[in-house]
Write a protein that binds this ligand. Structure first.
Ligand SMILES: [Zn+2]
Length: 437
């Protein structure tokens, strides 16, 4: 499976002597590379037309098309690429990617352009920079992700005192759990980076990469595309999942998370107190310095969360596979944000959901999100919606049909129904099976 993720970049490039190169200078360089890319692309199209004209003349005479290799002693894109060996600053592998893709584009559009159905290809300013898959090197240092990207050729690097042909960027992935997961997987070689592109976002005055990556999806013939596993990120349990009508369920008891959270909270408070009374040293260096130990704990929390969520998402997917569920359905998390009742903090939920999504897709399971609405108040047996159905957080008792069970299980049963969000919307509109308060 091939996918793309957009990630913004911040230049953190240094020269040979470790001096920071300003982002304005990097911008200027990258704009220049964009300009050169455009020239190369447009010239490539010219070469393609020349060959095209030659080729059709040849056809008129010989009633057969010539072989690229016989005429050019290369393939057409090899021939074109050879023309751009020495007259630009692009990293050579990226330059070949540029010409190869342009030739491909020409060949795909050729018939339509000749017929006049499609206008002749011409590239305008601000072309994306093609990046060969081997041009992108990802690093994880001190809690941050970096990309070292081969962008310039050797002679440019030498002339400008660069340490190498690579330019260093930091990935901007604050709050972008999904991008972070993908980068982690590229780092661990679970995902393979493929040819990508870099763009300039004029409005934000920032560069971004459309990082292309691929992974193999294990074909599972046993999966039933009609069998939905509803997953509730819950109140009494962090996670509860079930297939509609199944008494069997998958639950995670959050004991280890809750225990860890309490330890961390306690330590955080005691360390902050210590910081206040520690006299010389940390005190007097501002709030940032004084809070430092607490920040270190948050790193620890992040690592713990990561490990736990990997574990939980893996066992959920195993459960889905064991039960041949072709679909995993979950609630969108946007609506939950304000709900203080929830057992865990939202960043944990979001990270967990992201991990479930990626693991599901890797295993050929479809991942579906539904709008979160009344799934915890609705009786999964008879559809009766009433806040009073849930007397306590953990206990569900339908006031209409008497169906009684664990509240998270009931929610997961609702979530395992196809299009349940639309069904509930209709039920609310009809009003017959709803208690209005
Ligand atoms: Zn009921």
């Amino acid at each position: 499976m091939n996918k793309v993720v957009r990630i913004y970049l911040i230049s953190e490039h240094k020269d040979k002597n470790g001096e920071i190169i300003s982002y304005q200078d990097i911008n200027k360089l990258l704009w220049e590379l964009q300009r050169q890319t455009r020239t190369i692309k447009n010239k490539t199209i010219q070469y393609c037309w020349e060959y095209q004209n030659f080729s059709s003349d040849y056809y008129k005479e010989h009633h057969a098309y010539p072989s690229e290799k016989e005429i050019l002693s290369y393939t057409l894109d090899g021939y074109v690429n050879d023309k751009f060996k020495n007259n630009n600053d692009l990293y050579s592998a990226n330059c070949s990617s540029t010409t190869r893709n342009t030739v491909k584009e020409f060949k795909n559009a050729k018939a339509d352009m000749i017929k006049g159905v499609k206008s002749v290809i011409s590239y305008k300013a601000a072309q994306p920079l093609s990046l060969h898959n081997k041009s992108i090197h990802i690093e994880y240092i001190g809690g941050q992700y970096f990309a070292n990207i081969n962008l310039v050729n050797r002679s440019y690097a030498k002339e400008h005192d660069f340490a190498s042909t690579m330019i260093r960027f930091r990935f901007l992935i604050r709050d972008n759990k999904s991008a972070e997961t993908i980068i982690q997987r590229c780092l661990s070689n679970e995902y393979k980076i493929s040819e990508s592109e870099m763009f300039y976002d004029r409005k934000k005055n920032k560069w971004y990469i459309n990082l292309c990556y691929s992974f193999s999806v294990s074909k599972n013939e046993n999966l039933d595309s009609n069998k939905i596993l509803g997953v509730d990120l819950g109140i009494a349990y962090p996670m509860c999942a079930s297939v509609y009508g199944d008494y069997d369920r998958f639950t995670i008891h959050g004991g280890e998370i809750e225990k860890f959270r309490r330890t961390v909270e306690a330590r955080k408070i005691s360390m902050l107190k210590q910081g206040k009374n520690c006299g010389e040293g940390r005190k007097g260096h501002g709030i940032k310095c004084r809070n430092k130990p607490a920040y270190n704990i948050s790193d620890k929390i992040a690592r713990f969360r990561d490990t736990i969520n990997h574990k939980y998402s893996k066992s959920l997917i195993d459960y889905a596979l064991k039960n041949n569920c072709g679909v995993i359905q979950m609630e969108e998390l946007t609506g939950i944000t304000a709900d203080a009742d929830r057992f865990l903090k939202n960043w944990t939920y979001y990270d967990l959901q992201t991990k479930i999504k990626y693991k599901a897709e890797e295993n050929g399971i479809k991942f579906k999100l539904i709008k979160p609405q009344y799934t915890s108040q609705r009786c999964s047996k008879c559809g009766y919606i009433d806040k009073e159905n849930r007397k306590t957080q953990a206990h569900f008792l339908c006031l209409k049909c008497g169906f009684e069970c664990n509240a998270d299980y009931n929610a997961s049963q609702n979530i395992s129904i196809e299009n349940i969000d639309m069904i509930i919307e209709q039920e609310l509109k009809d009003g017959a099976n709803v208690k209005h308060t």
